[in-house]
Design a protein around this ligand. Structure first.
Ligand SMILES: Cc1cc2nc3c(=O)[nH]c(=O)nc-3n(C[C@H](O)[C@H](O)[C@H](O)COP(=O)(O)OP(=O)(O)OC[C@H]3O[C@@H](n4cnc5c(N)ncnc54)[C@H](O)[C@@H]3O)c2cc1C
Length: 431
């Protein structure tokens, strides 16, 4: 059984080699470090799983992003927009075509009670910035290891809060040649136009690329905000396997149930195939105990889905997004699977395995809450092609609110950019 093209925007079955085409057509973007080749995506996924991206790009401004997209559309090259890679399972075979990582597209701007952030800003940096400037409302998001773009796209949420509660408006691109080559390619979305629902935004169905958003917050003391963020982070570290590579909750919450309880009640706590295992700390998470492959993770997912369905009649749907050619060919999942028959090291002590995995990943042993910080052990900083500065201006509120939004918001007077920082420079909390 093969699983392909789960993300609707992709056509990964196309096995053409695009490297030479890029080398001859976009040398300026190679020379300035925006494009590199054959970059392991395991370095850019919180699961630490994924083969090479044939072409890997880190645009630092809107013009570069548009240039890359237009090139892909003209040449029929498949592309994928990658945020912090914290909600993805990527094939070990890698991805042909272009992966466009937004990580270098970062800037936060403050205007009164509003914060504007580019898509590549990490949520943790945004939360820290809000806290330092005495703006409350984003505490729920502190500890979610995604980017602003990924969080808006997914309507990320936790602890009774969701992006939809604080989002004021966004700027997006529509990836069509007609739109991208038009005089004004920016699409402005008001809050309601995102059509937010549980882990859903209209960006998914409308195939939009997120550029930046404005968040409407409210004043509070930095001390109180920090206290709330620390308390939520502590809860996270107490209840979730933050010390092992994962992609967070694998499944969407089924109505009327808790995934973790269903999985636990099926006896699947610690269920393991190869190095992919149901977390011993939170049964809604699958963790990478060392060298897990995407195929192994998928097999654990399918086994959990099937077992929960048979036992409780509940269909678990995946929240994580799967990319590329992920296969469960090597395993027979058409018959009941016993934990013993599939565990690579049957009889081995489960907690020893989890402990060993933490050592393998150079991760401290658990029970050490990391207030306000989440560490995805990403190799982002090692990439020499990441550039610190953006030539482009920050997403100022005036531009966002054109043409008719500013009218309804008296507090948004045109103001010079102030408190505009690059979060990378400002914070040590880069994931
Ligand atoms: C330990 C852990 C805990 C987590 N806890 C939570 C939680 O409490 N709540 C929660 O909601 N999630 C949680 N997650 C999941 C994840 O962090 C969120 O879904 C996050 O919003 C994904 O953002 P990202 O930048 O990593 O996106 P990615 O994983 O890189 O991408 C996810 C999807 O978003 C799309 N995307 C990313 N950027 C853009 C853009 N600029 N424009 C268009 N599309 C884009 C991608 O194409 C992809 O389809 C957790 C993950 C981990 C590893």
């Amino acid at each position: 059984m093969r699983e392909r093209n789960i993300d609707s925007r992709l056509n990964w079955t196309n096995n053409m080699n695009y490297t030479n085409l890029i080398k001859t057509s976009l040398p300026h973007l190679i020379d300035n470090g925006t494009i590199s080749f054959s970059v392991p995506l395991s370095r850019h996924s919180s699961f630490k799983i994924g083969g090479p991206a044939e072409i890997y790009c880190t645009p630092t401004n809107q013009a570069q992003l548009i240039e890359l997209l237009v090139f892909c559309l003209r040449k029929n090259i498949p592309y994928f927009i990658l945020g912090r890679g914290s909600n993805l399972l990527i094939s070990d075979k890698g991805l042909p075509g272009m992966v466009i990582n937004t990580n270098a597209y970062t800037k936060i701007t403050k205007d009164d009670n509003y914060l504007s952030a580019f898509c590549g800003v990490s949520l943790n940096d945004l939360c820290d910035f809000a806290c330092e400037h005495g703006l409350a409302g984003l505490e729920f998001a502190s500890g979610i290891p995604g980017s602003v773009g990924g969080a808006v796209y997914m309507n990320a949420g936790a602890y009774e809060g969701e992006i939809k509660d604080v989002l004021y408006c966004s700027k997006c691109l529509s990836p069509t040649l007609e739109s991208l080559t038009s005089k004004n390619p920016i699409i402005h979305l008001k809050a309601a136009e995102h059509e937010f629902a549980y882990r859903y935004s209209a960006l998914q169905s409308k195939n939009l690329i997120h550029l930046s958003s404005v968040f409407k917050l409210f004043p509070d003391s930095p001390e109180s905000i920090r206290k709330r963020m620390d308390a939520l982070n502590k809860q996270r570290w107490d209840k979730q396997p933050m010390d092992l590579p994962s992609a967070g909750s694998v499944f969407k919450r089924p109505e009327g149930h808790f995934t973790g309880k269903l999985v636990n009640d099926c006896g699947l706590r610690g269920f393991r195939i190869g190095d992919a295992a149901v977390s011993d700390k939170h049964c809604g998470f699958i963790v990478n105990l060392g060298k897990a492959t995407a195929d192994e993770v998928l097999l654990v997912i399918r086994h959990v889905q099937r077992t929960v369905s048979e036992r409780f009649g509940v269909k678990l749907q995946t929240e994580i997004r799967m990319l590329g050619d992920i296969s469960v060919d090597n395993f027979d999942v058409s018959h009941p699977v016993s934990v013993e028959s599939l565990q690579h090291s049957p009889g081995s002590n489960l907690s020893t395995n989890f402990k060993a995995a933490r050592t393998t990943h150079g991760i401290p042993q658990p029970q050490t809450p990391r207030p306000s910080t989440f560490v995805v052990h990403s190799a982002e900083k090692q990439e020499t092609h990441l550039k610190p500065n953006m030539a482009e201006s920050t997403p100022n509120l005036q531009t966002h609110l054109k043409p008719n939004m500013a009218e309804s918001t008296p507090s948004l007077h045109p103001q010079p950019k102030r408190n505009s920082v690059s979060p990378k420079k400002q914070s040590n909390h880069e994931t």
